[in-house]
Structures are given as structure tokens and as C-alpha cells.
Ligand binder design. Structure first.
Ligand code: GH3
Ligand code: MG
Ligand code: MG
Length: 360
């Protein structure tokens, strides 16, 4: 027996549709001799039922049949997405262009003319079966490709998520969840350039907890960590969404307030100071209280030329706040600041209202 299909283990199944039993028998004998499996149908309706019930690999379809003719059968099969890939060889009675055009229109893939030349039929059957198996392979490959694409998309999404997480970790202080020092310095550079370009003010507040070392010494490091976290929450709560908060040192925090003038920044720092003063930090043995000192500076200012001078100004003001007794907010270049640093520039001293002292 000839090998019916090179890449298929089972022999190919061919459905022979013809209204003449004799024609069916001749074709069946020939095709079986070539190693194919055959099935048959005597009219259009029977053909469609047979195709739906057990889809063949190829249909040899007679055009001229009473009732449902071959063209209509082809049309219905090609309209069904499940069946449209089954190749159809149409058997036309005569070599007529019109009937071939009608067959092509209906969806025929190839033609043989009656009376049938079996050498030609064999060649066309083989060619159509190969086409059908290639179509099936293509469908399978497309499905595999779609699956691979979906997997690739998922891998890409996972990668993006991992990168985002990596990025978050790289900019975050592990204890407080605030920005780490490197990142807040990057933000400072960005905000300072932005302020310069747009001629918008930029304020900078440096916070430092008072007598924090004694929290560790008295209650232990873990309690100290907890106080730091709660303190970070206080600043987060007072800050606006556009403000950026970074842990600058151990218990020292830098806040950048874009579009903010000195007075407004002092108000912000003062609010944070008051909230911290009111908090009872809880620990296993009871509660403890701590206060907060802050130094505030803002750009533009005649004595601040660049971003590092802005941070230094806030830091100097913080230093003054500590020296002046802690639990207070000192603004850079205020009278008390200048008196403290001993640079009493009369003009500057008169033009500033002075630092805010803790309420009673
Ligand atoms: P001052 O009022 O002058 O600021 O006094 P202070 O005790 O707060 O300042 P000092 O700089 O002497 O001490 C800071 C302390 O902060 C010392 C260090 O042990 C503590 N510290 C720094 N980082 C951490 C941390 O991550 N966790 C804890 N628990 N303590 C920290
Ligand atoms: Mg401190
Ligand atoms: Mg400190």
C-alpha cells in the first residue's frame, strides 16, 4: 500500500460525495487501494451530517446532485469555522469556466473533471491532503505561538514588577519607609533646578529629635526604632503630597517643600513640633515623650547660592535651635539665629520676624 500521508500515523480519511452509487464504488476502490480510509454520502444533507459527525481529512464532492448541490454543501462547510480547513475537491461534469467559478465562489480548493482520470485524481488528492496537514500544523503552531506570547507577556510583567520593587527598595530607608539619604539628595537636586528654572521658592526643613540617645540608653534600641517609625509617621501626616521626606541621618530628617516660602515652611515645621510634643510614645514599660527641634531655610535668599547652601542653612538653623534650648523651630537668618551665630547683620535682622518659640 502506498503511504497515504507522510506525517500522519493513521491513514487519511476521504469522504466521497456522489448521488451515483457506481461512482462512489469506483472511487472507493481506487482510494482504498492507495491506502486511504473512505466514507461516503449519497446527497448533500447526508454529506453535511457525515462531515459534522466525523470530520474527514478531504472531501471529494460531486457538484451535480439533486436537492442540496455540491456548491451549497461546500458553502456550508466553509462557513463553519470548525470545518472550513477541510480541503474540498469538486467533481465537475464538464470543463466549464462558469462551473469552476461557481465552485471557487462556494469554497472549493481544487477540481477534477468527470470522467475522472485517476492518475490526476491521485496527484490532486495527495496535494490537497498535504495542504490540509500543513493547515493543521499552522493552526497548532499559531496556538503554540499565542501561548508563548502570553508567557512572554507575563514574564515581562513580572520583570517590570521586580524592577519597580528593586527601585523602591533602592530609594527607601528600611526602618521608616521614608526616602533614604541618597534619594532625598537626588530629589533636592531635581527640585532646586526646577525652582531655579521657574523662579519658584523651595523650602527645606531639617528635623532632629531631642535627647534621642537617652531613649536607646533607657529603653533599649528596639524602643528607639519604634519611636523613629512613629516620628516618621508624624512628618508624613503633616507634609503635603508634593513634599519629599528623607531620613538624612540617624534621627535627623530632611523635608523638601516645593513652591513654599519661608513663613509657610516654618508653619509646617511648627505643626510637626507641636504634634511630636503631644505624643506619648508607647513601649512595654509604659509611655515616653520626646521633643523635636527644626531648622528652616528657603530659597531664594541672598545668602543661599546653591542647593548645598540651602541644606547647610537649614542645618545651621537646627544647630541654633538645639543651642537655644531644643523643642523649637528656628528659621535661618532670623534675629535669634543671627544673634546665636553672632553675625548680627542689622539690615537682615530687622527684616526678619524671628524664630518661633514653643507655645508656653
Ligand atoms: P540632641 O538633642 O542633641 O539631638 O541629642 P540626641 O541624643 O538626640 O543626639 P545624638 O546625636 O547624641 O544621638 C543620636 C542617637 O540616635 C544616637 C544613636 O544611637 C541613635 N540612633 C541613630 N540611628 C538610630 C536607629 O536607627 N535606631 C535607634 N534605635 N537609634 C538610632
Ligand atoms: Mg537628636
Ligand atoms: Mg542627630
Amino acid at each position: 500500500l502506498a503511504r497515504a500521508e507522510r506525517d500522519a500515523e493513521r491513514p487519511s480519511r476521504i469522504l466521497i460525495v456522489d448521488d451515483h452509487e457506481d461512482n462512489i464504488e469506483v472511487l472507493r476502490a481506487r482510494l482504498q487501494a492507495l491506502g486511504y480510509e473512505t466514507a461516503s454520502a449519497r446527497d448533500g444533507h447526508e454529506a453535511i451530517a457525515a462531515v459534522q459527525q466525523h470530520p474527514p481529512d478531504l472531501i471529494l464532492l460531486d457538484v451535480m446532485m439533486p436537492g442540496l448541490d455540491g456548491n451549497e454543501v461546500a458553502r456550508r462547510i466553509k462557513a463553519d469555522p470548525e470545518l472550513r480547513r477541510i480541503p474540498i475537491i469538486m467533481q465537475t461534469a464538464l470543463e466549464s469556466v462558469e462551473s469552476k467559478v461557481a465552485g471557487l465562489d462556494a469554497g472549493a480548493d481544487d477540481f477534477v473533471t468527470k470522467p475522472i482520470n485517476f492518475t490526476e485524481l491521485t496527484a490532486r488528492v495527495k496535494a490537497m491532503l498535504r495542504l490540509g496537514s500543513m493547515q493543521r500544523e499552522l493552526t497548532r503552531a499559531n496556538a503554540d505561538l499565542a501561548k508563548l506570547n502570553a508567557e512572554l507577556e507575563k514574564a515581562n510583567a513580572d520583570l517590570a514588577q521586580a524592577n519597580a520593587e528593586l527601585n523602591r527598595v533602592a530609594v527607601t530607608d528600611g526602618l521608616t519607609g521614608l526616602y533614604n539619604r541618597r534619594h532625598i539628595e537626588d530629589r533636592l537636586q531635581e527640585m532646586f533646578e526646577h525652582s531655579r528654572r521657574l523662579h519658584e521658592p523651595l523650602a527645606c526643613v531639617m528635623f532632629d529629635l531631642d535627647q534621642f540617645k537617652s531613649v536607646n540608653d533607657t529603653y533599649g534600641h528596639q524602643v528607639g526604632d519604634k519611636v523613629l517609625r512613629e516620628f516618621a509617621d508624624v512628618i508624613r501626616g503633616v507634609a503635603r503630597e508634593v513634599d519629599r521626606i528623607g531620613r538624612f541621618g540617624g534621627e535627623e530628617f530632611l523635608v523638601l517643600l516645593p513652591g513654599t516660602v519661608l513663613d509657610a515652611a516654618v508653619t509646617f515645621a511648627e505643626r510637626a513640633r507641636q504634634q511630636v510634643e503631644a505624643i506619648e510614645f508607647e513601649h512595654e514599660g509604659g509611655t515616653l515623650r520626646r521633643t523635636l527641634s527644626a531648622g528652616v531655610a528657603a530659597w531664594p535668599h541672598p545668602r543661599i547660592k546653591d542647593r548645598s547652601q540651602l541644606v547647610k542653612a537649614a542645618d545651621d538653623a537646627l544647630y541654633a535651635a538645639k543651642a537655644l534650648g531644643r523643642n523649637r523651630v528656628v528659621r535661618f537668618d532670623s534675629r535669634e539665629f543671627n544673634e546665636y551665630v553672632g553675625e548680627g547683620d542689622e539690615q537682615l535682622a530687622n527684616s526678619n520676624s524671628g524664630g518661633i518659640r514653643p507655645g508656653a
